[in-house]
Every structure is written in structure tokens, then in C-alpha cells.
Write a protein that binds this ligand. Structure first.
Ligand code: G6P
Length: 497
């Protein structure tokens, strides 16, 4: 079902993201006698690329993204372009090639050791290094140049996320008639936190090259404008209109809470039958009467996984009757593994899980099952469906789509979502979710106990409330909202000229 209108902004859209929607990679090593490796294609994990790909397929635009492997360039033409989807080409993927130093500086460095922790208000993890910043700036220029090849004479450019805070200004300066929009997928910090960033002025200046700047929550937009007022005195914030006026240019700031493709998830979880659950339990040695709690996370320190494990330890310690009755499945996905903070986190999580299993486990029961196996989306929806509880406990999270995916999978209305109030998704789901505070161990254990004891009526009523919300505010609705707002903002700008 195609619900999106493009509201006049879609034609020849240039979309910019760090992650690409299709990744080519080599398979095999030639040892099977065919004399060479073959190239296969897959979709990198992540809701963002999966959600935007269908839109691009209809709009026939260009998607500019980092090509992160040799095979990505082997299949591309001399301009590093490849038509995708590979089996039925609809639009152009323009791959940007980055050197090893650039990746270390821009991606491992400034994006993920400065901006990521800064925007999540994790100031102890923030690292500012001159080389990182220099590469971040250079790579933003490389992407801006790539964009400019496709946005001659105007057109619409849509930047994604914190990897590209500087590129909008670069593009705007070179091509003032282009309409620039940006969606920032992570939180924006308070001025007192943003203050520690030596490049705060450049970052604000870069983002204000956009005509429309979107965040998940109104709160993040407000914090952004507070930072502008505090650190960019030449700019004026029009609080009533939600606009920043700066250097003869207006940036409209709006919120668009990202949703999931709820219809698709519902379909996939309906397709997952009892056999699927039985196989999963068997594969992980989980008895059929054992209650199943699930956590699905990138292994990121913002997700609050050690805190969740501490809550579980407290639970099994204070409620011995739950031993043998409840198993927590932690599905982890490796991420940003060259960054030391991520390596340390992964080691810590694995050590803690071993320790808890050692402490409480018996011959026929394990309190925690840990898996890093990659499940495809169909399988994941099945796992969500039959998990009795979902534990989502970020210390801070722009939105958190796992919470929404879990809800959309509850076609039997039977599960309970335990959700940290520090996730953006809590704003929409607090009517149905149980509050799950990662910083309060005893209260977290109480919440799990309450979830286990909740009667069917209450479970169903809470889940129905959340499912309604997740279906109403789904991904197609989000896209429509973003594009409609962009169309209005663009029309106003054109009138003003
Ligand atoms: C977050 C960011 C995305 C990013 C994803 C995965 O959701 O907002 O921009 O793509 O994490 O992280 P990675 O570094 O692997 O792209």
C-alpha cells in the first residue's frame, strides 16, 4: 500500500545518510573451484534505511551514502553510482568512498565519540580530538560535494542524523536555491551540556543551513533553539513560530516522532506460528513453561543493558521463587566495535551474563540467554510476538523503535512492555507501558514482578492502547507528515522571494 504524497518536495530528492540502504559484499573465497569470489547484496540493519528505501523507490531520486566495502565499489560505475534495488532498479545509490583515516576520524571519532555521547548527555564519554574534527569537516565537505552534483539548480536535499551537521551549510552556500531538510535521529542536549563542545558554534551554524530541521520530540527542538540563543547571539529565535532567523535565512524547527511500519510487522508476526516458538525455545534450551522476557539492542552504552542486568540480579535475589520460572533473552547486535567504549561495554555485558548464569543457573534452567545471532526481520517479529515481556531500559534514547516494534508484534495483545521514561517512545506509550527506570534497581525489579502478575484483562487493555498509537503514528504517517511540512515550508519560502 502506497500512502505517501510527495507534496511537491519529492521530485529528484537527494537523500543523504551515513548508512547505505544496500551493501554489496564478497562471498566465498574461491576455494570451491570457481576461481573467484562472488558478490552478494544485503540490507544493513536499521529501521531508518529500511523505512526510507520504499520512498526512494517511488521518487526516483539519488541516495548518497558511505560505501563501506570493496565490493560496494566493484559493482558501481566510474562515478561510484549503482542502480538499486539490484533486482529491480528504481533509483541511484551514490556511494562515497572514505579512506581508513577518514573513517576513523569522522565516524569512529567525531560522530561516535564526540557527538553521540554529547547528544545523549553522557559527558564522561565525550572525546574531542583535533584530528577527529578535521576529518568530520572534510567528510561533510565530501558529502556536500556529492550532493551538489545532483542538486544543481535547486531541488530538495534531505540529510539524516548527526553525521552531517556541517554539510547543510556547505550545500546552502554553494546552492542557495536548494531546499534543505534534515532529520536528527538522536536527542539534542541542554545548553549546559552542549557548552562543553569546542565546536558548538560551527555545529549550530552548519545545521542552520537547513530550511527545515526535524527532531523526534518537541523537547529536543526546544533545547536546540535554547542552544542557538545561548551560543549564537547573532541569531534570533521566534519561539511562537518555531523558527530561527540567522544570516538572512530562516530555519523552521519541528518535531516528527518516528514510527515503525506497523502493518508490515503485524503481518510478519501473524505469520510466525507455534512451531517457530518451539524451535526458538529448543535452540536456546528454554523450557516450554518458562516465562520469556526479551531485550533487543545494539550493544550501545545508551541502552542501559548493565543496569537491566543489575535489576534482573536483584529480582532473582529477592524473589527466589522466580528462579526456574523466568528467562531473560538478550539479543545483542555488535556496533561501532572499533570504539573502545563499545568494546569495554560488550566485555562487561558478557562477563555479567556469565556471572549471573553461574550464580543462579541450574542444570535445566538458565536465567539469561545471550545471543548475537542475526535474525531476519520476519524471525524477529516472531520472537517479539511470543515474548511475554519486553525490557527496554535506555539511559537516554531519541526514540527507541524496539519498543514500538514489540507493540506492533503483539497481535494477541498478550505481552507487557516495560519501558524507560528516558526513551523518546515513552511520550507516546506511557498509557500502556510499565515504567522501567534503569537507575532504580529495586523499582525495576518491582516492575517486572508486577508485569508477571498482571491479569489478562489489564494486559490486553494496555497493549491495545499502545497498538492503536503505534498504528496511528506509523512510518508512512511520519513520512507523510515530514513531506507535507516540507512542502508548506518550501511554499512559504518561495512566496517570500
Ligand atoms: C542510531 C543512529 C543511526 C545509526 C544507527 C546504527 O540509530 O541514529 O544513524 O545508523 O544508530 O548505528 P551505526 O553506527 O551502525 O550506523
Amino acid at each position: 500500500e502506497q500512502r505517501q504524497e510527495t507534496h511537491g518536495v519529492g521530485e529528484n530528492l537527494v537523500l543523504v545518510s551515513n548508512r547505505q540502504p544496500y551493501r554489496h559484499h564478497y562471498e566465498g573465497d574461491g576455494s570451491d573451484g570457481d576461481g573467484g569470489r562472488s558478490i552478494a547484496v544485503d540490507n544493513p540493519v536499521g529501521g531508518l534505511t529500511a523505512g526510507l528505501d520504499p520512498v526512494m523507490q517511488r521518487l526516483d531520486g539519488t541516495w548518497v551514502a558511505w560505501g563501506d566495502g570493496e565490493a560496494d565499489f566493484a559493482v558501481a560505475d566510474e562515478d561510484d553510482q549503482v542502480a538499486v534495488p539490484p533486482e529491480n532498479p528504481e533509483y541511484t545509490l551514490q556511494r562515497v568512498r572514505l579512506s581508513e583515516d577518514e573513517v576513523r576520524g569522522y565516524y569512529d571519532g567525531y560522530a561516535n565519540q564526540a557527538l553521540w555521547p554529547l547528544c545523549h548527555t553522557d559527558t564522561c564519554r565525550v572525546r574531542f580530538e583535533g584530528d577527529h574534527w578535521r576529518h568530520y569537516r572534510e567528510v561533510n565537505q565530501r558529502f556536500a560535494d556529492g550532493v551538489l552534483e545532483h542538486a544543481q539548480g535547486g531541488g530538495t536535499v534531505w540529510f539524516q542524523d548527526y553525521h552531517f551537521a556541517l554539510a547543510p551549510r556547505m550545500v546552502k552556500t554553494a546552492e542557495p536555491d536548494a531546499f534543505l531538510m534534515h532529520f536528527y535521529h538522536i536527542p539534542w542536549p541542554a545548553p549546559d551540556v552542549f557548552r562543553i563542545c569546542p565546536q558548538r558554534t560551527e555545529l549550530l551554524d552548519g545545521l542552520l543551513g537547513n530550511d527545515l530541521l526535524g527532531f523526534h520530540l518537541p523537547r529536543y527542538g526546544t533545547l536546540f533553539m535554547e542552544c542557538v540563543e545561548e551560543f549564537l547571539p547573532e541569531a534570533t529565535v521566534d519561539w511562537g513560530a518555531g523558527e530561527v532567523h540567522y544570516e538572512d535565512h530562516v530555519t523552521t524547527v519541528r518535531s516528527f516522532p518516528l514510527g515503525v511500519d506497523a502493518d508490515d510487522i503485524r503481518q510478519k508476526s501473524e505469520d510466525a506460528d507455534g512451531m517457530f516458538e518451539a524451535r526458538f525455545r529448543h535452540e536456546h534450551g528454554i523450557g516450554e513453561d518458562v516465562t520469556l522476557a526479551l531485550g533487543v539492542d545494539r550493544l550501545d552504552y545508551t541502552k542501559g543493558i548493565p543496569q537491566r542486568l543489575e535489576i534482573l540480579e536483584h529480582l532473582f535475589e529477592t524473589r527466589p521463587s522466580l528462579r526456574g520460572e523466568l528467562t531473560y533473552v538478550q539479543k545483542g547486535c555488535g556496533t561501532r566495535e572499533r570504539v573502545p567504549a563499545y568494546q569495554r561495554l560488550r566485555d562487561r555485558i558478557e562477563d555479567e551474563i556469565d556471572r549471573l548464569n553461574e550464580r543462579f543457573g541450574t542444570d535445566d534452567w538458565q536465567p539469561i540467554v545471550y545471543t548475537t545471532k542475526m535474525y531476519d526481520h520476519d524471525a524477529l517479529c516472531g520472537i517479539y510476538r511470543f515474548s511475554d515481556l519486553a525490557l527496554v531500559s535506555p539511559l537516554r534514547d531519541g526514540m527507541n523503535l524496539v519498543a514500538k516494534e514489540y507493540v506492533a508484534s503483539q497481535v494477541d495483545d498478550d505481552g507487557v512492555l516495560l519501558l524507560s521514561p528516558l526513551a523518546g517512545a515513552y511520550e507516546e506509550l506511557s498509557d500502556g507501558a510499565l515504567e522501567f527506570d534503569p537507575y532504580d534497581t529495586a523499582a525495576g525489579a518491582d516492575a517486572i514482578e508486577r508485569a508477571l502478575e498482571m491479569d489478562e484483562r489489564e494486559r490486553h487493555s494496555r497493549m491495545r492502547t499502545m497498538r492503536r498509537r503505534v498504528h496511528e503514528a506509523d512510518l508512512p504517517t511520519w513520512l507523510d507528515d515530514v513531506l507535507e511540512t516540507a512542502g508548506q515550508v518550501r511554499a512559504t519560502r518561495l512566496e517570500g522571494h
